[in-house]
Design a protein around this ligand. Structure first.
Ligand SMILES: Cc1ncc(COP(=O)(O)O)c(C=O)c1O
Length: 449
């Protein structure tokens, strides 16, 4: 296990460390989102361009964290910047409908098979919160089903049994316990949630059979973007669709991570299963704050004056919409997602080959555009979050820090995927693989294999 010093990414980063000390004096933990905190190794990044970011000491990193996914076109993408600057001189918030909101919505409706109407929000958290409310209002039921290991944002309704839950803390596989992931969540919200296990066909079937009459929605990440990108087994999403149809439950796909990344029409297109409601954020704005909840018109039209409330001062912000126009341009005109897929495949295959050559037991998971590595998996193929928990997270963290020392930034948390952008060139990928090879060689003597 590499714990510090030799590879310590913070020893020579004087300005970065000093700036982080400043941050800690005024921001709890020195960050503005808990997930960004990694103790004294937390980076302070001052700028980004294309596939690169720079810290306060002007160290350059190839970025595979991409702000946890959003930056699919690379930092400061020219097309997105152009759209933003075109809008900038015209103001950005009017509390009236404006044309960009309509333009973006029309393009999403044309692109995504499961979206007939949508409403905007500002973050993935808001989008899933609104989706749950719409589902409750539509079905006149209160409970939701959530999948162990999935994350749907910070609101109280779904902050249970995420990837941060303790290993072995989830109860029996027959009856998983909703594990609150924060103090401050009212205990009564636990009564509104049922937990099931991803890819466990039988468990969810039993749950729906026994409790279906009280369930408003199944809220699922079609690919487990917060749990090394576990993939749905063949027929699994279809199974969920069928169960929902039989029991009058709405199927919500949380595509905050997968949307506008894995395919233009997201999971709906890739797997051919249509959800009733779908949530988007991240890639839609290439890093600018815009999110959306969309779905069947009949369901979305539950939103009605003084009946079902959705909205907010900043919803449909013109700069977010302008950024989304830039993203949709790149997807449609530059085939950005094909580029990402090709580059991601090269990286994923290359890492797999290096780990195999060096005799490191591992499993690659996920899609080319977002994928994970499970070290020393105990099961031959991870199907659900409990399998992921049996991997060796420390090895992943060692690898991440060894990469950081070599100018490659990946999230040190093993559950979070690597993200690829269209700004990563073939040379960037090959360069990364060289450094990855070197990093693994350095780590290997410290690992018990
Ligand atoms: C699948 C999923 N849903 C919702 C969210 C919450 O999004 P945000 O951080 O924009 O609130 C995230 C964030 O990582 C996510 O991965």
């Amino acid at each position: 296990m590499l714990t510090s010093t030799a590879n310590s990414p913070h020893t020579a980063h004087n300005r970065t460390r000093a700036t982080f000390e400043r941050a800690k004096r005024v921001l709890p933990l020195g960050v503005t989102s808990n997930f960004r905190y990694s103790g004294d190794t937390t980076l302070v990044i001052k700028r980004g361009s294309g596939a690169y970011v720079w810290d306060m000491d002007d160290r350059q990193y190839l970025d595979y964290r991409l702000a946890y996914g959003p930056v699919i076109l690379g930092h400061s993408h020219p097309g997105v910047l152009k759209r933003i600057t075109d809008q900038l001189g015209n103001g950005n918030l009017y509390a009236h409908t404006h044309p960009l909101e309509i333009d973006v919505a029309e393009r999403i409706v044309a692109m995504h098979p499961a979206v007939e109407k949508l409403r905007y929000a500002n973050s993935g958290t808001e989008a899933t919160m609104h989706a749950v409310r719409i589902a409750r209002a539509y079905t006149n039921r209160e409970k939701i089903v959530k999948f162990e290991g999935a994350y749907h944002g910070n609101h109280d309704y779904a902050l249970f049994s995420t990837a941060n839950m303790p290993a072995n803390g989830g109860g029996s596989p027959r009856s998983p316990i909703p594990v609150p992931q924060s103090s401050g969540i009212p205990t009564m919200t636990r009564e509104l949630i049922h937990i099931t296990r991803y890819n466990a066909f039988e468990h969810v079937e039993r749950l729906v059979r026994d409790k279906g009459h009280e369930i408003a929605a199944l809220l699922v990440e079609p690919v487990m973007g917060n749990a090394v990108c576990l993939m749905p087994e063949p027929g699994y999403l279809e199974h969920l669709r069928k169960l929902c149809d039989q029991a009058g439950i709405l199927l919500i796909f949380d595509e905050v991570k997968t949307g506008f990344r894995i395919a233009p029409g997201g999971a709906g297109e890739l797997f051919g299963v249509k959800a009733d409601l779908t949530t988007f954020a991240k890639a839609l704005g290439n890093g600018y704050p815009i999110a959306a909840v969309g779905g069947r018109a009949e369901v979305m039209d539950t939103i009605a004056m003084a009946q079902v409330v959705q909205g907010g001062t900043y919803c449909g912000h013109a700069l977010g919409c302008a950024a989304a126009m830039g993203v949709l341009d790149a997807i449609e005109q530059e085939h950005a997602l094909d580029v990402i897929k090709e580059r991601g495949q090269r990286l994923k295959d290359g890492m797999h080959d290096i780990l195999t050559e060096q005799g490191i037991p591992h499993e690659m998971s996920g899609l080319p555009s977002m994928f994970g590595i499970i070290f020393t998996p105990r099961t031959p193929k991870a199907r659900e979050f409990r399998d992921v928990m049996s991997g060796n997270f420390q090895m992943y963290t060692d690898m991440a820090y060894a990469l950081r020392e070599r100018g490659i930034d990946v999230e040190p948390d093993a559950r979070e995927p690597l993200f690829v952008s269209s700004a990563h060139t073939v040379a960037d990928i090959d360069n990364t693989l060289d450094r990855f090879n070197d990093a693994i060689k350095t780590c290997k003597p410290h690992w018990v294999l």
